[in-house]
Design a protein around this ligand. Structure first.
Ligand SMILES: [Fe+2]
Ligand SMILES: [Fe+2]
Length: 175
């Protein structure tokens, strides 16, 4: 849950940077603004979902405030300096998230963590069946993280080849 508060930052930062660039240069973004903002929204939904399962303590809230202040600015600086490096970094972080959720799933399957009913917000957002449980939620969240990993590595690869993001359309078709 704590990591989701960090994970929802890069997409919003990168989306905002590309949004402003699009306005400044009078050019389209190739769908990347929408794709990145959607990533941020998706990560925020991960947080909203896991909040239903466990509540943050006061010192965890304090930590999030401190980490967000630092991470937002650090990621913005990194993205302005090198989108290629920034997306690569996120790609690796997302891979770590896939590992973490795989372990979470293993603990759920082994009965170390109670497989409680899925929160209503999760059933709504991922259109899960009515009887869905936490296990189902973790599976769809892990699939999201794998998608973020691929999208961010792809964004970084494009920069490796010397193309601006806008020249290669985002994996989902927006403008
Ligand atoms: Fe996430
Ligand atoms: Fe993620």
């Amino acid at each position: 849950m704590m990591l989701e508060t960090v994970a929802a930052v890069p997409g919003m930062v990168a989306g905002a940077v590309l949004h402003l660039r699009s306005l400044r240069r009078f050019e389209q973004s190739g769908g990347w603004i929408r794709a990145l903002l959607e990533e941020a929204e998706n990560e925020r939904m991960h947080l909203m979902t896991f909040m239903e399962v466990s509540q943050p303590r006061w010192y965890e809230r304090a930590l999030v405030v401190a980490v967000q202040g630092v991470f937002f600015h650090a990621y913005l600086a990194t993205y302005l300096a090198s989108p290629k490096v920034a997306h690569r970094m996120v790609g690796y972080l997302e891979e770590e998230a896939v590992h973490s959720y795989t372990e979470f799933l293993r603990d759920l399957e082994a009965g170390k963590i109670d497989d409680v009913p899925a929160p209503a917000i999760a059933i709504d957002y991922w259109r899960l069946p009515a009887g869905a449980t936490l296990k189902d939620v973790v599976r769809v969240v892990r699939a999201d993280e794998a998608h973020h990993r691929d999208v961010n590595h792809y964004a970084s690869d494009i920069h490796c080849q010397g193309h601006a993001l806008r020249e290669v359309a985002a994996p989902i078709g927006y403008h």
